[in-house]
Design a protein around this ligand. Sequence first.
Ligand SMILES: [Zn+2]
Length: 280
Amino acid sequence: MLVTLTEILKLAQDAHCAVGAFNTPTFPAIKAAIAAAEKLHVPVILAHAETHEKGTPIDMIGPVMLREAEKATVPVCVHLDHCAHLDYMKKALDIGFTGAMYDGSLLPYEENLANTTKAVELASHYRAGVEAELGAMPSREDGVHIPTGPVYTKPEEAVAFCRETGINALAPSFGTAHGIYKSKPVLDLELVRVIAEKTGLPLVMHGGSGVSPDEYRTGIKNGLRKINYHTYMSHAGVEAVRKLLETRDVTYLHELSWAAEPAMEADAEAAMRVFAGLHQ
Ligand SMILES: [Zn+2]
């Protein structure tokens, strides 16, 4: 069933676990995320990043995400990920998205604050919750590299930012990066605990691929309620396609999609087990 970002984060809060947010710019990703969640009976967030617009327009994929969410036997939030433009957020909300992340983390603090406040005001006219980011992470879903490295979010700044904007969830910067890690990330999970306690809000982990299960568990214990997970699931699909192409010649593109899906589902399921605190 379709639920809002606020509702799904409340479920995670009550269960002391985190809900996985999976980017779904393809049909196999949508199917894999929902199938894994239904198998484990856990809530799930389907996410569309603004940077995926070029190849996967939101007006094509959005209605499919929403329909699959409505049909699902578990709570599903359909969420806009890393939105940098408020007119794009409005487009998503008009389509029916139930959550949106406004990402002004690359902007100066005051500008991020002003735009995030506008995003919350916009979303208040819809049945949707807003996530925002404070402190920048190196590299993003589109591979944009921010050379300065992670800027760890300051707790006092986070408290003021959450209070003034009225957001429903905060993505602080505590050492994660998007994509595949080239070296082991240095996560400050104590900072997560402090920010969660001081803001009282559910916290979001971006760059969730490639973090160890123990780090996830500690992060969740300390207040992470939404974990963005994309790279490893997508890569599992690519590996399945590679194996298929090594065994035989393939003519039809859909065969590649179909080969990717079970591998993506297995990867999503393994991640969801950790996020939900289920046994492996
Ligand atoms: Zn992200």
